[in-house]
Design a protein. Structure first.
Length: 369
């Protein structure tokens, strides 16, 4: 764990749920306590799911009383739980300010993936995503991000969560510090103990943040690519106007060759839009673009939502596209649509966005951000 502590002094009372190990050690040091208190607290809160300081019997009576006065442990409140016919679960959670976010759990035969939100709404305005339609309210705190894992851990049988992906609402790399702290906790043996390969941050392509991430975190990276030319990507993923493909690919190449990422691959997400980005020529361009980057590719059949201007590519087109990538040697999977009967599939999460800023109108060549 090499992350630096986050400042606990700015908020009072401090929410200890959102402090990673170094930050908790710094917190206890300020109280005149030994660093091992941090390990004890991590085990109680994340390992055992205990939020009541009085139950933390090995902390000592006076420390417990002090924590009760000066600190809180406040995960998002569970408002609604839904279960899909395929077993996918979706939880609606409410934050202290009344905003609501969604968290999804996707059970598979040999793994269980928790899909976590990083912001309330999203500011990136991707053309094919329902979250974009709601506008943006704010970033989540580290406590609100890891609090989703805390809730899911409590709601599911032990050991069910094997993977966490930051693929819910929001752009994780626009909430950099909180995402790094929260994912540190997911990977900390005393908290959720997930392997580094099994905690994935997904980004629409914020180049400077990708560079920074390589230096401070062990998480794995997924990139929402969706197009193989700047012209199309400018339209589908407007942040591309700021960080075009050549810059993005170069940042990803450096990221995956950085010391913390040894032996790993970048996951490329590619939404399959009928007649828009699903031709053989697109597949061939994709092969070329990724040629110097250890990569695996995840094709996502488009999930429609009311008013969406796209259709899902048909199965034959997806299979054809996949074959070109596989023939070029790329591990290429097609994401099975899960939970769409409860609007839990990719790009369908909405929650409730308070005090939102309106999404910008979608004019194809408008300059982004
Ligand atoms: N902002 C981050 C995290 C969101 S991840 C990112 O862009 O990566 C959600 C994934 O689902 C992204 O790959 C996104 O592009 C994809 N997605 C969004 N809307 C979708 C839709 N309607 N159908 C299928 N995939 C969608």
């Amino acid at each position: 764990m090499k992350s630096s502590p986050v400042s606990a002094e700015t908020r009072s009372p401090v929410d200890l749920l959102g402090l990673n190990r170094p930050a908790l050690e710094a917190y206890f040091a300020r109280l005149g306590e030994k660093p091992f208190r941090a390990r004890q607290l991590l085990k109680w809160v994340h390992g055992r799911g205990v939020l009541d300081f009085q139950s933390m019997t090995d902390l000592g009576k006076s420390l417990r009383a002090r924590l009760e006065r000066e600190a809180v442990l406040a995960p998002p409140r569970l408002v609604r739980a839904q279960e899909s016919r395929d077993g996918t679960r979706k939880w609606l959670m409410e934050l202290a300010d009344g905003n609501r976010i969604e968290t999804v759990f996707i059970p598979e035969e040999r793994r269980g993936t928790l899909c976590v939100s990083s912001q309330v709404g999203c500011a990136l305005n991707c053309a094919f995503c329902a979250t974009a339609r709601q506008g943006f309210s704010r970033s989540l705190s580290a406590a609100e991000i890891v609090g989703q894992v805390w809730q899911a851990h409590r709601l599911l049988p032990e050991g069910k969560i094997t993977n966490v992906v930051l693929m819910g609402m929001g752009e994780p790399l626009l909430n950099f510090d909180a995402v790094v702290v929260a994912t540190d906790l997911m990977m900390d043996d005393l908290a959720y103990g997930l392997a580094r390969r099994r905690v994935t941050v997904s980004t629409a392509g914020l180049v400077p943040a990708i560079e920074k991430l390589a230096q401070v975190s062990d998480v794995s990276l997924a990139v929402s690519l969706h197009a193989t030319t700047d012209r199309l990507r400018d339209e589908l993923v407007p942040i591309n106007r700021k960080y075009p493909l050549a810059q993005l690919l170069e940042a990803c190449r450096r990221f995956i060759h950085s010391p913390r990422q040894q032996g790993r691959k970048i996951t490329w997400e590619y939404v399959m839009l009928d007649g828009v980005n699903d031709s053989i020529a697109d597949a061939r361009r994709l092969v070329k673009l990724l040629s110097r980057i250890p990569s695996k590719i995840n094709l996502i059949p488009f999930n429609p939502f009311p008013g969406a201007p796209y259709r899902r590519s048909d199965a034959a087109a997806i299979a054809r596209f996949q074959r070109v990538l596989q023939d070029a040697g790329y591990l290429t999977t097609v994401r099975r649509t899960r939970g769409d009967d409860i609007d839990a599939a990719c790009g369908q999460l909405v929650g409730r966005v308070r005090a939102r800023s309106r999404p910008r109108p979608r004019v194809p060549m408008e300059a982004a951000g």
